[in-house]
Design a binder for this molecule. Sequence first.
Ligand code: SAH
Length: 263
Amino acid sequence: MTGSLTVVGLGPGEARYLTPAAQAALDQASDLIGYGPYLDRIPVRTGQSKHASDNRVEIDRARHALELAAAGKKVAVVSGGDPGVFAMAAAVFEAVEAGEPGWRELTITVEPGVTAMLAAAAAAGAPLGGDFCAISLSDNLKPWDVVTVRLEAVLRADFVICLYNPISKARPWQLGKALELALAVRAPDTPVLFARAIGRADEALRVLTLGEAHEAAGTADMATLVMIGASGTRLIAREGKAPFVYTPRSVTKSPCATSQGRT
Ligand code: SAH
């Protein structure tokens, strides 16, 4: 088979966050496939075709991409941020695993991108300086029970927690519930970031306490990355400017000693 498929991360927003390797993969593609708003970010050169699709049909989009590659095209499937983080790369491999045996012989590559939590962390300072984790709050692809069990475990283990897909019109209560679980374990003055549309013109970074974040859960949206600090996460106040938020790399107490014993 002569076709190829590459899953390309576009980064969180503007073109300056696109890596040169990702740009090269886009330039070399004959066909670009992805969710419409992501495709709109990419200028098309002559001879390239764009195939926009609805956000909800990731597996169909992956199969379509594989069919085009099997027919000899050089296909780039685009994703916001990093394509391996809650995004298209996993859908492509799922489709390969369940699909035509010949698809396994295709040249399939993944071009990484700057994922939302890294862009959000950089905008705030260095909140990911210690151990951290990422959880998607979407219960479209997993039961809410699973989210609860994982959240409770990492809250107790004192990780900084990055919440992707925090809220949407169809999932209005999950973020409030997650922050309620956090309040049961962590101090109400724990720093929380609401990082919205980072890397885009309408970027907005809010530094709140956990107590304030719980009250303000309804003001987050699908373009927001929520980051809950660990016990070591702290602020450096600045006159007239947003504080720096950082987590020191050194940990001196065990999570059992620092989880405030609130339960
Ligand atoms: N693959 C993407 C994540 C897809 S899940 C990545 O690596 O970033 C979609 C979620 O990512 C959104 O609900 C939001 O929580 C987060 N997100 C994506 N882009 C963002 C941005 N520019 N600023 C803040 N959060 C963002």
